[in-house]
Design a protein around this ligand. Structure first.
Ligand code: SF4
Length: 279
């Protein structure tokens, strides 16, 4: 698959986590789950300045981590990352472990993230299946517009078979970049794609699957938006009264539900009649 590697050498973005420590890679992988690159960039830089090693983050407070997560969304990831730093310090002498098995045991690290850290931080040849890579494979080799559900065994086998001999993790980075920049979910740039001559989906005139009908989750007025409003207010002040927080959201039952779920997730604390970020 030399055309993909050649394309990558010529077009790759200069992303700072491609030339950083294993810890920097790990932090980037947490942040990039569900958040686009342009929003992660400033936050990642800030985190690495504040906490250049797992020990630095482990010595901070959870509320600092939640506050510095800013508006990246899905703040459970900040809590998991904080817990991850603590386990790395307690069980791995402060160094991100190299083996997939050990990585998988860390808080917040699943199959994809462990493989990505192994490939990008330790240059191992791994089957890395993020959504960009899966979409590229689905289109080019399976002739469908989108992958379905979670990765299955046949998808993993295809992915394993495509990795070039002697790969040092570059294949994962190259296919991820090609999926993100060229084989985009909407409006793929097929005329710039190194796979345009062999792409099955293109050759069959882009048949649509039912996945195309999928609706993007509604954000405005959602529970997630309500949680985000509360978290934002608590990042701005040490302590905010329940009355003041409740005034930020018109639907009181949705507000109560959001407060309960944030308490349940261990992201906020009740202090008298007020709330703060979890400490
Ligand atoms: S030819 Fe188009 S659809 Fe096929 S892999 Fe390339 S960008 Fe994606």
């Amino acid at each position: 698959m030399e055309p993909i590697l050649t394309w990558y050498r010529e077009h790759r973005r200069d992303l700072p986590w491609r030339a950083t420590s294993p810890w920097g890679v790990l932090v980037s992988e947490f942040m990039l789950q569900q958040t686009p690159v342009h929003r992660v960039l400033p936050q990642w830089q800030r985190w690495l300045e504040l906490w250049p090693t797992p020990a630095d983050l482990a010595a901070a407070s959870l509320s600092d981590a939640l506050r510095e997560w800013g508006r990246l969304g899905y703040p459970r990831r900040a809590k998991r990352l904080y817990e991850c730093a603590q386990v790395i310090v307690a069980e791995h002498g402060g160094a991100v472990p190299r083996s997939i098995e050990q990585l998988r045991k860390l808080p917040g690290i699943g199959e994809y993230t462990a493989a990505a850290i192994s490939a990008f931080a330790f240059h191992q040849s791994e089957v890395v299946l993020d959504i960009n890579i899966r979409r590229l494979y689905a289109r080019c080799w399976a002739g469908v517009s989108e992958p379905k559900g979670s990765p299955n065994n046949s998808e993993r086998m295809l992915a394993r078979a495509l990795i070039p001999v002697g790969d040092d993790g570059t294949w994962a980075a190259a296919t991820m970049e090609l999926g993100a920049l060229i084989c985009k979910a909407r409006k793929p740039l097929c005329d710039q794609c190194p796979l345009s001559e062999i792409c099955l989906w293109r050759a069959t005139d882009y048949p649509l699957t039912s996945d195309e009908q999928r609706k993007v989750a509604k954000w405005h007025g959602s529970d997630r938006q309500c949680r985000g409003v509360i978290m934002h207010a608590l990042r701005e002040s040490e302590l905010v009264s329940n009355a003041k927080l409740a005034a930020l959201w018109s639907d009181s039952s949705q507000y109560e539900k959001a407060i309960a779920s944030l308490l349940d997730d261990g992201l906020i604390e009740k202090r008298g009649k007020s709330y703060s970020l979890a400490r």
